[in-house]
Design a protein around this ligand. Structure first.
Ligand code: VG1
Ligand code: CO
Length: 543
């Protein structure tokens, strides 16, 4: 065995975003690009000597080659053991679970999540810490600092083992342990939801269509839904993970999961429709003729979590990302539990979950999770819905409508403007920030601004402060518009505009959110000058 120490120079732009480093696959494949970043990760987290790490990804193009390089580098840097998902596959929540279960030092999760894959698509790499969650900002800052000062990386001069066969082998001084990516995850799910009750639901004729979008959740969904829970074969569609996700974006939104949405609003709709994303941490849930907005899903799950097997103790607290609607706040208030508002990105939930202060957390971007792992978990959320449906004996539409009746409805939509010029996006945000102090009292599209600020968060457990997390504009009637730039894109800038308004009157709960929000949408455009600055007449994606 010999370790090569390869001289290198810093590569610009290796700054982790909302969820690790995401770039075009072609960028990651440039000679030394991945190697530099992996060495920076290793050094930024304080070295891996004698340590155990979990490695796996969503199976996209370059997943296996990247894992081979990572394994050779972990071995060269003195790691003791690498636990790798068979064929390099691990969903993000399953990786989080493995890190926790095996008490690993951390993990390298290869994914660009909902971004398209393939040679011309996107690739990503994220480091998760020992609690199973994404590295906090102090760690990603340290990693980024190393990327700017690197002079060499270390790699073993030996081929990494093939990843197809379960069991242990040696790579230099490191043990490579290939594990079944699905088994431990299934065991965990059995402790959280009532498999017998859900099996009975399927046996009674309840129908589900789960779209795995040719991404990593296929094998998990097959094993759990069609295997353990006895849903009929064919319940899970697009179940085979493909390196290019069949040419689609594995993003379960109305645009990229259009077929599922169409089905759920047709005469052939099953009782429930659901989908997850590239790496299995997102979820979308639809009932017959109705889609559940992710913000509502968080609120409904929180309000009903006591019905489920693993959370019979009830609700301790709820956390949501700032742009997520305030539907969850209403549940927290009624139950007398704490509500935390965090910046976008799962890394901000970790401390709250570790401290036992929240039972459930979620984001408007189709992410929901709990303390069972330290990532959002797509399949888990879908199972939680199934357990609640089984316990209550009611369809999704009835559960949702009753929720609105009790708590009122927060009409919600997100408008994304993708691939806009980076300078235009930066200027729009900078100008918004400059105008904050002058906004209150002004009226736009008939709505008067009550307050406006740039969201900053102080973590209540370690007091760390994160600033500039999005501009919030609150209107006098309670409506809200939030503006921020995406931190996961790989091309130009993506402007996200989050819009919501509250309606307490049940006779007004059956409207189209775009209609109910038309004045907030117009006010947001007037405030930020979106059309004028970007030249766009409509958003690229509406969720
Ligand atoms: C987006 C979402 C955010 C989510 C992140 C990672 O980030 O808005 O809520 O946590 O993706 O999700 P941004 O910065 O592009 O808005 V995933 O499923 O990519 O791991
Ligand atoms: Co994801």
């Amino acid at each position: 065995m010999s370790v090569a120490t390869v001289s290198t120079a810093p590569i610009a732009g290796q700054k982790p975003g909302t969820s690790g480093l995401r770039k075009k696959t072609a960028v990651f494949r440039q000679p030394g690009y991945l190697e530099n970043y992996v060495q920076a990760v290793i050094e930024g987290v304080g070295g891996v000597e004698g340590r155990t790490l979990v490695v796996g990804g969503d199976g996209r193009f370059f997943n296996d080659q990247a894992i081979a390089i990572i394994l050779r580098m972990l071995a060269a840097n003195g790691a003791e053991r690498a636990i790798v998902g068979q064929n390099g596959m691990l969903s993000t929540p399953a990786a989080s679970n493995l890190i926790r279960k095996r008490k690993a030092f951390g993990g390298l999760v290869l994914s660009a999540s909902h971004n398209p894959g393939g040679e011309d698509g996107d690739f990503g790499l994220k480091f998760n810490i020992a609690n199973g969650g994404p590295a906090p900002e102090s760690t990603t800052d340290a990693i980024f600092a190393r990327t700017t000062a690197l002079t060499e990386y270390r790699i073993l001069d030996e081929n990494a083992p093939a990843l197809g066969t379960l069991g242990e082998s040696r790579l230099g001084g490191m043990i490579v342990e290939i594990v079944d990516p699905v088994a431990d995850y299934v065991t965990l799910m059995q402790t959280l939801v009532d498999f017998d009750r859900i099996s009975k639901l399927f046996a009674s004729g309840f129908t589900l269509r789960f779209d795995a979008m040719h991404a990593v959740t296929g094998p998990y969904a097959k094993a759990i839904l069609e295997g353990a829970l006895g849903a009929p074969a064919g319940t899970v569609i697009n179940a085979t993970p493909l390196p290019d996700f069949g040419g689609h974006h594995p993003d379960p939104n109305p645009v990229h999961a259009a077929e599922l949405f169409r089905l759920m609003f047709s005469a052939e709709a099953p009782d429930m429709g659901a989908a997850s994303d590239g790496d299995g941490d997102r979820n979308i849930v639809l009932g017959r003729g109705i889609s559940v907005s992710p913000s509502d899903s968080l609120a409904v799950l929180a309000a009903n979590i006591h019905h489920t097997k693993g959370y019979a103790g009830g609700l301790k607290g709820i956390a949501r990302s700032m742009p997520t609607s305030r539907a969850a706040d209403r549940v927290a208030e009624k139950r007398g539990v704490e509500l935390f508002e965090t910046p976008t990105g799962w890394k901000f939930f970790g401390n709250l979950l570790d401290a036992g202060r929240v039972t459930i957390c979620g984001e408007e971007s189709a992410g929901t999770g709990s303390a069972h792992v330290r990532e959002k978990d797509g399949l888990w959320a879908i199972l939680l819905w199934l357990d609640i449906i089984a316990a209550r004996g009611e369809p999704i539409a009835a559960i949702l409508k009753e929720h609105w009746k009790t708590y009122g409805r927060d009409y919600y939509t997100r408008h994304d403007y993708e691939g806009i010029d980076i300078a235009t996006g930066d200027r729009l945000m900078a100008d918004l920030r400059t105008s904050l102090a002058s906004l209150p009292g002004k009226t736009f599209a008939g709505l008067t601004v009550k307050a406006a600020d740039d969201f900053a968060y102080q973590d209540p457990t370690d007091q760390s402060v994160t600033r500039q997390q999005g501009v919030r504009v609150l209107f006098a009637n309670g409506a809200r518009a939030v503006f921020r730039l995406s931190g996961t894109g790989t091309e130009g800038a993506t402007l996200r505009v989050y819009l919501e308004t509250f309606e307490s009157d049940p006779s007004r709960h059956d409207h189209d959110p775009q209609e109910m929000l038309s004045d907030v949408i117009a006010a947001a455009d007037a405030i930020a000058g979106i059309r004028e600055r970007t030249g766009r007449t409509a958003p690229d994606v509406i969720t």
